[in-house]
Design a protein around this ligand. Structure first.
Ligand code: CU
Length: 93
């Protein structure tokens, strides 16, 4: 709930990017039951991580640009100013 760390991720088009998700929230968090999400709409990414759980996803963005990742599960969902971040995808090397 206190946000993504880091809140900025750099990647390169055509190069696989692995994101390890660590959810430090417990199930006793009443809002959303402690679940959190890592979603990037434009890239079709939607990973939900259980309370105190971890997950690892690999995405290969195929076009450069700046994308927003967010959690839509907890307080305020996408409107929560803390649970968003920026994924910057550079041009292919
Ligand atoms: Cu969240």
């Amino acid at each position: 709930m206190s946000g993504f760390s880091p809140s900025r991720i750099d990647a390169r088009a055509g190069v696989p990017l692995t994101v390890r998700l660590v959810n430090k929230d417990s199930r006793f968090h009443t809002d959303g039951g402690g679940w959190h999400q890592f979603a990037v709409d434009e890239l079709g990414v939607d990973a939900k991580v259980a309370p105190l759980g971890t997950d690892e996803i690999t995405i290969t963005p195929d076009s450069s640009g700046t994308y927003e990742f967010y959690c839509g599960v907890c307080c305020g969902g996408r409107e929560n100013p803390y649970m968003v971040g920026t994924l910057t995808v550079g041009t292919p090397a």
